[in-house]
Design a protein around this ligand. Structure first.
Ligand code: SF4
Length: 227
């Protein structure tokens, strides 16, 4: 596993759990608002997988969950085997993914190797290529959505929003495409020097606009959370 970042304790990355977060290097998307540019560009020292297992074993009394984030973790050829190793230590596992590897996602869910999935929804399906600035197979994205909608694992869909890339109408279209989903999270864009396209390029939504969006889509979705 190409793990190039670790947050030893996080209170926000796994709902209702304190978790350790691992960041895998590299991504097959180039979302311009991404705030993990160094992880996406795969720069940073690799952390030895065995050392992570030892670390997790030591922390068992305090932490019982692991979040595997990125970059895009499903690009890692040995992700499945690594998750098996962590599961042997009785950790619950959350996977963050952009949904481009439905085969691996299904396999991990069917084998009960992951307990929570947070899947990014980048845009209405038709707008994906322009937002992620990469070649994307929309069938894969739709398949990953369908897998999670079957409710075999706890999950959330989540969208990072900024005014320049997604309009309120776009967000309503996403909500229609996710109709029936359990939990949908809107993450307001946060600027900073680690943003992939550079600082001061994008604008966050105002609190009152977020409220308006929440009201507009909450008739379509069970639970809308704003972060
Ligand atoms: S936001 Fe996620 S999917 Fe997009 S470039 Fe960053 S890590 Fe990759």
């Amino acid at each position: 596993m190409n793990i190039i970042g670790i947050e030893k304790s996080s209170f926000i990355d796994y709902p209702n759990n304190i978790c350790t977060v691992l960041f895998t290097g590299g991504c097959n998307f180039r979302c311009p608002y991404c705030h993990n540019s160094s992880i996406v560009n795969n720069t940073g020292d690799r952390i030895d997988e065995d050392k992570i297992i030892v670390f997790l074993k030591k922390r068992k009394k305090f932490i019982d969950s692991l979040c595997i984030s990125g970059g895009e973790p499903t690009l890692q050829k040995d992700l499945y085997d690594f998750i098996c190793r962590v599961k042997e230590e009785d950790f619950i596992i959350k996977l963050d993914t952009n949904g481009t590897n439905p085969t691996l996602l299904r396999n991990l869910i069917d084998k009960k190797l992951i307990d929570y999935v947070a899947m990014d929804i980048k845009a209405p399906l038709a707008k994906y290529p322009s937002i992620v600035e990469s070649v994307v197979d929309l069938k894969d994205i739709q398949e990953s959505i369908n897998i999670l909608l079957k409710n075999k694992v706890e999950y959330e869909f989540r969208t990072t929003i900024c005014k320049e890339l997604l309009s309120i109408e776009d967000i309503k279209t996403i909500a229609k495409e996710l109709k029936g989903c359990k939990t949908y999270v809107l993450q307001n864009f946060r600027d900073g020097e680690t943003v992939l396209a550079g600082e001061n390029k994008f604008t966050s939504y105002k609190a009152e606009e977020l409220k308006e969006i929440e009201e507009a889509i909450s008739t379509l979705l069970n639970r809308v959370i704003i972060r």
